[in-house]
Design a protein around this ligand. Structure first.
Ligand SMILES: [Cu+2]
Length: 324
């Protein structure tokens, strides 16, 4: 290296590695499109973690490569290596740095979770924990008879601090079951196998499960919530980009877990209104001509769902067919 002082060289390398990592941390294409208000918060956090990972990767792998070449065994050199036995300052140094990084990331992640609405205590009206029975949870399935969840779900992503005491614009009762999702719109009584939401609307999903634990995930929204038998969980989000995005079950829930997929359609308020109206008409027709004509309110949940669940092993599209 001749005349260049080592400290200057280290500084230059450090600046270059940092600049490269920051740039790559912002310009990777690893994540799907951001389609919700919550998405940029999660991505901001991911990008910082990714930037730190690139710095560490480049430094560690770069040092290994450099040392491989610089300190390789020369021809005819059969002497032993220089004996090195630990270094206390070095140990402190490389323990302190990861500890610092982990603490900063921990604090930042709690901040992001809070801004997404994850820290809101659901039943803040009375501040008391309300034990929800399985009746309450299955009421979320709501067979079009106008049942509404009365107690707010306590677990999951709630309203963000910005939304304060506002009620959601739209509530949808979601039921996860082996192996499909059902989406019920309590206001109109429509139950469908795919989710539609208006763009810009503050949507709350009240999520229940009939059998085992499922997990509702929309990658483009960057939100995910378990569906747990016996309790209602929630997801609150604002979709910001029109389009059709996958809904994926991310909790291994049985043999056909991999086929437990649906989709969420983000559309304009007008499109949403006409979809809801059409679905309502189609559903009423189906009710009039099939066994579903029996008053669903008079049936137990399992009776009502039996025409669906028998076909459940195939795929959610089958249920959509049943409802047309
Ligand atoms: Cu599942």
């Amino acid at each position: 290296m001749g005349q260049i002082p080592v400290s200057l060289l280290t500084l230059v390398v450090g600046i270059m590695v940092t600049a490269f990592s920051i740039w790559l941390g912002q310009h990777h294409n690893l994540l799907p499109v951001q389609a919700s208000q919550q998405a940029p918060l999660v991505d901001g956090f991911f990008n910082i973690m990714f930037t730190i990972a690139i710095v560490l990767f480049v430094l560690v792998e770069g040092t290994i490569l450099l040392f491989l070449i610089k300190y390789r065994r020369r021809r005819g050199d059969n002497t032993d290596g220089f004996p090195i036995e630990g270094s206390f300052p070095l140990e402190v140094f490389w323990t302190a740095i990861p500890a610092f990084i982990v603490i900063v990331l921990g604090v930042y992640s709690v901040d992001v979770y809070g801004r997404m609405g994850g820290l809101e205590s659901g039943n803040n009206v009375h501040g008391a924990q309300v034990a929800q029975t399985s009746e309450t949870a299955t009421a979320a399935m709501n067979h079009g008879d106008g049942n509404k969840i009365t107690k707010p779900p306590e677990i999951g992503i709630g309203k963000s601090p910005i939304e304060q005491a506002k009620l959601p614009d739209l509530e949808v009762n979601v039921t996860g079951m082996q192996f499909a999702w059902l989406f019920n719109y309590p206001e109109s009584g429509v139950t469908m196998s795919e989710l539609h939401v208006p763009i810009g609307a503050d949507v709350q999903l009240n999520i229940a499960a009939t059998d085992v634990i499922h997990s509702l995930w929309v990658p483009q929204f960057r939100i995910k919530q378990d569906a747990i038998p016996g309790m209602t969980t929630r997801l609150r989000f604002v979709a910001t980009k029109p389009g059709t995005y996958p809904i994926v079950c991310t909790e291994l829930c049985g043999g056909y877990h991999g086929s437990m997929r649906s989709q969420v359609v983000v559309e304009t308020a007008d499109e949403f209104a006409s979809w809801l109206k059409e679905s309502q008409i189609a559903q009423n027709k189906a009710d009039a001509s099939t066994t579903l004509a029996m008053n669903p309110a008079g049936l137990s949940n399992s009776d009502f769902l039996s025409p669906h669940t028998q076909k459940m092993g195939v795929n959610p599209a089958t249920i959509a067919q049943l409802q047309k």
